[in-house]
Design a protein around this ligand. Structure first.
Ligand SMILES: *[C@@H]1O[C@H](CO)[C@@H](O)[C@H](O)[C@H]1NC(C)=O
Length: 312
């Protein structure tokens, strides 16, 4: 009985991204810089929207919630990866691995629903302009958020149900820098082909499905806006292009992982890094650079912080 217990995997070992010292140093500088930038950028958005009453509208509330999620996205795997870069043996406990998988999918699922909600918000703002505040009232906003979180949680629990009962009792090396669900399933001591297929089909369906919903709704918004007015169109195009860039950034790598049929290559791992750190940095950049109100609010917030420090 003790023998059986001893052989149960209690931790997983990450191979990391590279063994070369020079590449690791570059990765360290690159990842920590972008991680810090993501934290600062997204925190700035959350604080600007919370404290500036000019930005108290559904669109900005949703944007602040997206930034809040991005804070989560970049903090799940990146800090541990950065910390482990220069360690010889990069390990994570079994519980830590399950926790990572849980949060990656919960936050990721919630973010997908939130992006769809933001497309709906833009549809109402552009095509049902006069009824915007009645349709997107505070209660609806809270309902949308609650729905996003609940769907994200369900998605994540469903993913965990795949792995929680699998027997892990031997191989424990993951060729990655975070707990990647498909790779984890491969380590289980059982017939995993069907599980792998179902996992791939499931996430492939979800990411390609939501991506298609989003792109179709943007096309729908553009066509409707064009019919209604000519002035509305240019505004719609500029807002939507920001949204579309974010959506492509978020979903591009996801779709690549989910339906790429070949075994993991280096490209795969670097793309995962890109998804974990760069995307959450670029979201605020894309939104704020194209948005005058947001820029003004951020400037105000920075001035307030500076004058507060001078006073104290
Ligand atoms: C998220 O949206 C809700 C509802 O609109 C809002 O009350 C809340 O402040 C937002 N959260 C953040 C972090 O901005």
């Amino acid at each position: 009985m003790d023998g059986a217990n001893l052989s149960v995997v209690s931790e997983f070992v990450f191979l990391g991204l590279s063994n070369s010292w020079v590449i690791q140093l570059h990765l360290f500088l690159f990842s920590s810089a972008f991680y810090m930038a993501s934290l600062v950028g997204n925190l700035l958005i959350v604080f600007s929207v919370t404290f500036d009453s000019n930005l108290h509208s559904p669109m900005y509330f949703l944007l602040a919630n997206l930034s809040f999620l991005d804070l989560g996205v970049c903090s799940i795997a990146a800090p541990k990866m950065i910390y482990a870069l220069f360690r010889k043996r990069k390990t994570i406990s079994f519980g830590g691995c399950i926790t990572q998988i849980f949060f990656i999918h919960a936050v990721g699922g919630t973010e997908m629903v939130l992006l769809i909600a933001m497309a709906f918000d833009q549809y109402v703002a552009i095509c049902k302009h006069l009824h915007y505040l009645t349709i997107m009232n505070p209660r609806i906003c809270v309902l949308i958020l609650a729905a996003a979180w609940i769907l994200g949680l369900i998605h994540s629990v469903a993913k965990l149900a795949f792995v929680i009962d699998l027997p892990f009792c031997g191989p424990n090396v993951l060729d990655s820098f975070y707990c990647d669900l498909p790779q984890l399933i491969k380590l289980a001591y059982t017939e995993t082909n069907r599980l792998e297929f179902m996992g791939t089909a499931n996430s492939g369906l979800i990411s390609v499905g939501s991506f298609s919903i989003l792109i179709i709704s943007y096309i729908f918004i553009l066509v409707t806006a064009q019919k209604h007015s000519s002035g509305g169109l240019s505004k719609a195009v500029s807002t939507l292009s920001a949204l579309v860039s974010v959506v492509v950034l978020v979903f591009g790598p996801l779709i690549f992982f989910d339906i790429w049929p070949f075994p993991s290559s280096h490209l795969d791992k670097f793309l995962a890094l890109f998804d974990a750190i760069l995307t959450s940095f670029l979201n605020p950049v894309i939104y704020t650079l194209r948005n005058k109100e947001m820029k003004a609010a951020m400037k105000k917030l920075c001035h307030q912080l500076v004058s507060y420090r001078k006073m104290s």
